[in-house]
Structures are given as structure tokens and as C-alpha cells.
Design a protein around this ligand. Structure first.
Ligand code: AMP
Ligand code: MG
Length: 313
């Protein structure tokens, strides 16, 4: 075979490979902009504006943590929250039955930011069998002896499942950076590693959605004080939260850079105003419901001939 033919063939093959990857990526990009697909698009709540556009960078100071659109009180949002919870429950049951794809939700926030509350309120009514929550603390000795993604990869939801990461691989460019646990030459390349990891997940049927719950420093103070004041909340108080709070500005810089560098066409970040817990729940519930709807999970075809089936006495 002449060298020229071989080169042409190799070039054609590489074009085909690239086209196939592009097509798969394009499908993911559609589900990452669900408002273009859902029949009943926003404005209420107008969550797409909280999505961080890829490559645009992020300034957290530009996002008002008190924002709640025209909603004033918790009771203003309850019917809409209920509607979106019902949508999630119905779509989750289809996703589970379809058993082909999965959803990974990443929750990140400062201490008291509301990660636990979000899980409790948004997933109320969802069949626990189709959901799994993974909470990540400081790595164990065994985890720390592996590459940083190792422990997270094992918890990526399998087909049919919704997986929720309460903290995530992002800690490895957040706390690790702020507390100087590894040098910059180690954490900085991780943005790119994370983008490639998440891209690979999306290509194997995982829809990746990331939420940063944005609270103000004052709001954190109020929440910490209320944990101290209420005997039933004291168990949640950790002296470590006070130590982390002293690094508030460094955390903001770390979040800003991490989110700005890892909001991609296939795995977007949403920066959700979270001083009002009820508005935060509504925005997140709506975003998840619309994303699931854009995925359009279907119940599998039943076996043939079921009409003629009778169940023996
Ligand atoms: P909490 O979620 O409040 O129970 O706290 C968990 C703690 O684990 C937080 O202080 C995190 O910063 C810490 N943590 C989580 N992931 C990592 C990590 N990869 N490296 C170091 N610390 C971590
Ligand atoms: Mg904590």
C-alpha cells in the first residue's frame, strides 16, 4: 500500500472518529440547555441566567445571593416547588425504568450553604431506590494514596440512577488550594483533568449538572449563630466552620476560578442565589426537572402479546 493511501485512510478514520464524538457531545449540549427543549420554558424562575457560560469567566460579586425574582416569601414558591418535585419524581421513575442513562448532580457551597437542605427538600417524594447520595469528607489514607478522581469515580451513578455528590471532586481545587494541601503545580492542572473526566462521563450517558449555592458572608454568620442558639441544631455546629470562615475571601477566589474554568457545554455550572432557602430550592428543582425532561427518558417497550396474557389462579 502506498504511503499516500495510508495517510488518506488514517485521515478519513480520524475524521469519522471526531464526527462521532462531536455528535455525542452535541446531544449532551442540548440537554445542558434544557430551556431550548422543554415545552414549558421559564421565566419562573428564570434559572438559565444562573448558568455560567463556558469561557465567560465568573465574578461572584455580580451574583446577588439575596435574589428571589418577584417571589417574596416561602409560601409564594410552594405550589411551583411542588409541581417541579412531581416532575422530578415522574421523570426519575422513567429514567430508572429506561435503565440506559444517569444523572450526576454536584452540590458545592461554603459551610451552612444549604447542601443538605437542598437534598432534603428537592428530592422529597423521589423513589429512594433510584437515587444515591455520596458525601465526601477529607480523604482517607487509602483514598489519598490514589489519584484524586479515584474515590469520586466509584460513586458516579450507574444506569437509571440519579447520583448526588454532597461535595465532590471540586474540593480538590477548593479546600486543597485554600489550605495549601498541595502546591499550585498540582491543583491547577486539575481544572483540565476535571473537564476531561466530566466529558468522558457525558459520552457514556451521564448527564452532569453542577450547582454552587451562593450565600453571603453575613448569611453564613446568621446560620452559624442559629446553630449555636438552637439546642436541636447544635449538633451541626463545628468549630472547624469558624476556622474555614476566616478564609472566606480565599474560598471565593477559589470558587470563582474553579467554576469559571469548568463550566462547559456538556457539564454546566449554575450559581444559585441561596440566601433564601426556598428560592434556592425552586431554582434547583426547576433546573433538574427541565434537564430530565430534555433527556426525555422513556419506559421500555413492554413484552409483546401481553393483551393475551392471563394470570393463573
Ligand atoms: P462537612 O461536609 O461539613 O461534613 O465537612 C467535610 C469536610 O471535609 C470539609 O471541611 C471539607 O473541606 C473536607 N473535605 C472534603 N473533601 C476534601 C478533600 N478532597 N480534601 C480535603 N478536605 C476535604
Ligand atoms: Mg460542615
Amino acid at each position: 500500500m502506498a504511503d499516500g493511501t495510508r495517510t488518506t485512510r488514517a485521515a478519513a478514520e480520524s475524521r469519522r472518529t471526531r464526527a462521532a464524538a462531536d455528535a455525542a457531545t452535541e446531544e449532551k449540549t442540548r440537554t445542558a440547555r434544557p430551556e431550548l427543549v422543554v415545552a414549558d420554558p421559564p421565566p419562573e424562575p428564570d434559572y438559565p441566567r444562573y448558568r455560567v457560560e463556558p469561557g465567560a469567566g465568573l465574578r461572584l460579586a455580580d451574583v446577588d445571593p439575596d435574589e428571589s425574582e418577584h417571589f417574596r416569601k416561602k409560601k409564594d414558591v410552594l405550589p411551583e416547588l411542588e409541581r417541579n418535585r412531581d416532575r422530578i419524581a415522574e421523570l426519575q421513575s422513567r429514567l430508572y425504568a429506561e435503565n440506559r442513562r444517569s444523572v450526576l448532580l454536584v452540590l458545592q457551597a461554603m459551610d451552612t450553604g444549604g447542601k443538605d437542605g437542598t437534598i432534603k427538600h428537592v428530592f422529597e417524594g423521589v423513589n429512594p431506590q433510584g437515587c444515591q447520595v455520596s458525601s465526601f469528607k477529607a480523604p482517607s489514607a487509602e483514598e489519598a494514596a490514589h489519584d484524586f478522581l479515584w474515590r469520586y469515580h466509584q460513586h458516579v451513578p450507574s444506569r437509571g440512577m440519579i447520583g448526588i455528590f454532597n461535595r465532590s471532586h471540586y474540593e480538590d481545587v477548593l479546600v486543597v488550594r485554600v489550605k495549601d494541601l498541595v502546591p499550585e503545580e498540582v491543583w491547577r492542572p486539575r481544572y483540565e483533568v476535571i473537564n476531561q473526566f466530566e466529558h468522558a462521563l457525558t459520552l457514556s450517558g451521564v448527564t452532569v449538572l453542577k450547582f454552587y449555592l451562593h450565600i453571603s458572608k453575613d448569611e453564613q454568620k446568621r446560620r452559624l449563630e442559629s446553630r449555636l442558639a438552637d439546642p436541636d441544631k447544635r449538633w451541626k455546629f463545628s468549630a472547624n466552620d469558624l476556622r474555614e470562615r476566616r478564609h472566606w475571601d480565599a474560598y471565593m477566589a477559589a470558587f470563582e476560578e474553579a467554576i469559571g474554568n469548568t463550566s462547559t457545554e456538556h457539564a454546566p455550572w449554575y450559581v444559585v442565589p441561596a440566601n433564601n432557602k426556598w428560592y434556592r430550592n425552586l431554582v434547583i428543582a426547576r433546573t433538574i426537572a427541565d434537564t430530565l425532561e430534555a433527556m426525555d427518558p422513556r419506559y421500555p417497550e413492554p413484552e409483546e402479546g401481553l393483551d393475551a396474557v392471563a394470570v393463573d389462579d
